[in-house]
Design a protein around this ligand. Structure first.
Ligand code: CUA
Length: 314
């Protein structure tokens, strides 16, 4: 998660600006500290019998030490304005209407909802983009203020309830880039991470097509039982699984239609494996206290059935 390892054009400009500021600050530091050391050593009491010559009212000197910092700040301002304009980039244009180049990211306590309105899909804590393509991102929140930050791709943007802020993402090379909520938003702020998965265009298209498919009704008896459990114990009040044309469900928690394909659970809290999924369902409040996912106190049969269902949702 280092902004100094940029993987996209916006982050690259931010890294450039960081180096310019650091370089200029280093020069100022070295000059000031050298003068200070010089004065301390040269004018030690042991070596100086009388007071050194005073320079109060030296107009040229005062002009120089006013002009030099002003010049340094002017240079930094110019670099900063150039960077701001480059980083604002495509987000200024009207959002594109394509299936893949305009997405919505919605902050929740404590997870990220990711919608692809053009493709009519919703996923969670994982954004997929095509390498080299700028993606317009509208960010908003359903509860408190969060901050959307993927350091290797773009600067932070505030995620504010009742308001839509816009940013954009672009990755120059394939990879998985971790992002993190960057504004304290409650107990589990630290467990509000997300991944941006940048794939070559064809792999991205395959992912998008796959996500648009409804869930396949399970054929395995245990997973079929899981469908009943999912409705009976109340998962369905907060989560949706899209089965074909039907698929009403809750929207308070992540859409689970393709949950088996995701890399993490609970917004980056755990890797997504059958074991961690079981632990998460069995006792979410131990793993992420205060989250909306309740302890359901499932018996072993129900837990196994749910697991079989969820692991099959790929
Ligand atoms: Cu959301 Cu911190």
């Amino acid at each position: 998660m280092s902004p100094l390892l940029p993987a996209g054009p916006a982050a690259a400009r931010i890294a450039d600006l960081t180096y310019v500021i650091f370089g200029l600050a280093a020069v100022v530091f070295i000059v000031v500290e050298s003068l200070l050391l010089f004065a301390v050593l040269r004018f030690r009491r042991a070596q100086v019998s009388s007071e050194p010559k005073q320079i109060y009212g030296n107009a040229p000197l005062e002009a120089v030490w006013t002009a030099v910092p002003a010049l340094i700040l002017a240079v930094l301002l110019a670099f900063t304005l150039r960077t701001m304009s480059a980083v604002a980039g495509p987000a200024r244009a009207a959002p594109a209407q394509g299936a893949a180049d305009a997405i919505q990211v919605i902050g929740h306590q404590w997870w990220w909802e990711v919608r692809y309105p053009g493709a009519q899909i919703s996923t969670a804590n994982e954004i997929h983009i095509a390498v080299g393509q700028p993606v317009h991102v509208d960010v908003s929140s359903t509860d408190v203020i969060h901050s959307f930050w993927v350091p290797q791709l773009q600067g932070k943007i505030d995620v504010i309830p009742g308001r839509i802020n816009a940013t954009w993402l672009q990755a120059d090379r394939p990879g998985v880039y971790r992002g993190q909520c960057a504004e304290f938003c409650g107990d589990q702020h630290a467990r509000m991470a997300l991944l941006v998965v940048a794939d070559p265009a064809d792999q991205f298209s395959a992912w998008l097509e796959d996500q648009q498919q409804p869930a396949a009704p399970p054929t395995d008896p245990q997973a079929q039982q899981g469908v009943q459990v999912f409705a009976r114990v109340g998962c369905i009040t907060c989560h949706t699984i899209r089965w074909g044309s039907t698929g009403a469900g809750g929207t308070r928690g992540p859409d689970l239609t393709h949950v088996g394909n995701r890399r993490t659970l609970a917004a980056g809290t755990l890797p997504n494996t059958p074991g961690t999924m079981a632990g998460w369902i069995a006792n979410p409040q131990a793993l992420k206290p205060g989250s909306d996912m309740p302890n359901l106190n499932l018996n072993g049969d129900d837990l196994q059935a749910l697991l079989a269902l969820l692991e099959g949702l790929r």
